[in-house]
Write a protein that binds this ligand. Structure first.
Ligand code: HEC
Length: 139
């Protein structure tokens, strides 16, 4: 009985660790620049998300990939469970753009601060990412 209980606890802890520690280990050995995740593209975007997409395509997609699917060896996908609103709220997007990001979730290195965007621009970009996330059941 005790053995079964121990095995069960180890299993549960394993599952929890597996879900809370998405460290991108699946990206080792992949060719540089290739997408990290596959996403479904919404057929429609809100007006603000469409504006955000333009900002994203000029300022973010060079690293985070088209449709925020990430680029192997460059930067993580933003359409990913760790960037869901409860874990990385909208303010973390503002902070990332204004001050850059020290590498902490992945092994891509730091994100530099991004020039030439107002808070309103970043809000639209964030809304675009959120709509992509929601469409892919990340919320
Ligand atoms: C030069 C490459 C590069 C560009 C350009 C870039 N990023 Fe990043 N970004 C990164 C990397 C690398 C990380 C991962 C850091 C880590 O390990 O957590 C990251 C992480 C982030 C995060 C997570 C922040 C956190 O608190 O963990 C957000 C949000 C983000 N980027 C948004 C953006 C947005 C929005 C843009 C465009 C305005 C952008 N990035 C442009 C490289 C880039």
């Amino acid at each position: 009985m005790r053995l079964i209980l121990t095995a069960l606890i180890i299993f549960i802890v394993g599952v929890i660790l597996y879900t809370v520690l998405p460290m991108g280990t699946d990206t080792v050995n992949a060719e540089e620049g290739t997408p990290i995740v596959a996403v479904q593209i919404p057929t429609e975007l809100s007006e603000i998300a469409m504006i955000g997409k333009r900002g994203f395509d000029t300022k973010c997609s060079s690293c985070h990939g088209e449709n925020a699917v990430g680029k192997n060896g460059v930067a993580p996908p933003l359409i990913h469970k760790i960037y869901e609103p409860s874990h990385h709220g909208d303010e973390s997007f503002q902070r990332a753009v204004a001050m850059g990001v020290r590498a902490h979730h992945w092994k891509f290195g730091n994100m530099p601060a991004i020039d030439g965007l107002t808070r309103a621009d970043v809000k639209a970009i964030t809304e675009y990412v959120r709509e992509l996330q929601r469409y892919n059941n990340i919320d």
